[in-house]
Design a protein around this ligand. Sequence first.
Ligand code: DC
Length: 221
Amino acid sequence: MSINIAIDGPAGAGKSTIAKMIAGKLGYIYVDTGAMYRAMALYLLREKVDPSDAEAISAKCREADITIGYENGGQIVYLNGENVNGSIRTEEVGNMASASSPNPDVRRKLVELQQKLAADTDVVMDGRDIGTCVLPDAQVKVYLTADSRVRAERRYKELTDKGTACDLDTIEQDIVKRDRQDMTREISPLKKAEDAVLIDTSHMTADEAADAVIALIPDRE
Ligand code: DC
């Protein structure tokens, strides 16, 4: 039986860094579900869809074929065959992803893809609804969180390291706004699964957090 590790939590809690580290340490596949919602959002932005027009989102999302592949251990997201990894990490795409991800047609399509990926492979999957909805039977469920200021500082560092000019307060405001959107939406809101273990990474290194998750894996039968 394959082992599935589900990691949920708000933006900037360290999910992807920690999930990647766990996958590297254990030889599991890392599945970044946020990247799939971002690829969908990129398509909607390119098609100039109004983020508040649910019908247009439902219609347009059918045209977006999203698949993933792996190169040198890294996940690549393809949008209608195009590698879009380099275009999905902007605040604009993140905001559109937050606005369009509550759409049931978007979710149905991407959740199906995520479940297929995890069915017979050891995966570490991160997102917002992995433990509650995508992989309810995952052997390990973790809810990662951190103080909003700490999360903003991490995002700020990530962006400035890439040479992108940004403002810390604006990033924190965006994070708080996105948390609110993700936690209060009707469909699959971000929330801790009842059986998920809460880990606050505000004062932890990524390595410490990864080891804390690995310690939760039951012995393989
Ligand atoms: O983790 P991220 O910032 O790349 O995610 C982008 C957006 O996608 C986020 O605002 C919420 C949404 N998302 C989701 O609804 N469900 C997931 N499993 C992953 C992300």
